[in-house]
Design a protein around this ligand. Structure first.
Ligand SMILES: [Zn+2]
Length: 124
């Protein structure tokens, strides 16, 4: 078993409705996202899953979050765009994209940093 990961970044604003404090106001973060997958077998080249493919597909998923107010997105109409919820949504989207890459590929975790010192990791 080999585990692979790629990191990507995006910038976006959010506000936490109902939060008692500064985070209730609209503010921005430079978010960092780590996608981790587990592969059960390597191909002829010795690759589990091409990093270039992983990065480009993760970028495609994150494009809808980049330079927007996250609260305006459909998935955040009924829940706050916290790091926790973002990690879950990105995880679900990654699973749809990467799991069909083969029976030996599984998405094992998505970690979202909203600052260099605070992150949420979603895993199943
Ligand atoms: Zn925030």
């Amino acid at each position: 078993v080999v585990e692979l990961g790629v990191e990507r970044e995006f910038s976006a604003a959010h506000q936490l409705r109902g939060y008692q404090g500064a985070c209730e106001k609209i503010h921005g973060h430079n978010w960092k996202v780590l996608l981790e997958v587990r592969v059960g077998a390597l191909d002829k080249l010795g690759l589990g899953l091409d990093f270039t493919f992983m990065k480009s597909e993760l970028d495609r998923i994150l494009a809808s979050y980049d330079h927007v107010l996250l609260n305006n997105l459909p998935e955040f109409q009924h829940e706050n765009p916290t790091s926790e919820n973002l990690a879950r949504h990105v995880f679900e989207k990654c699973r749809q994209v990467f799991q069909p890459s083969g029976p030996n590929v599984s998405v094992i975790g998505v970690t979202v940093w909203e600052s260099s010192t605070a992150f949420a990791r979603y895993a199943e």
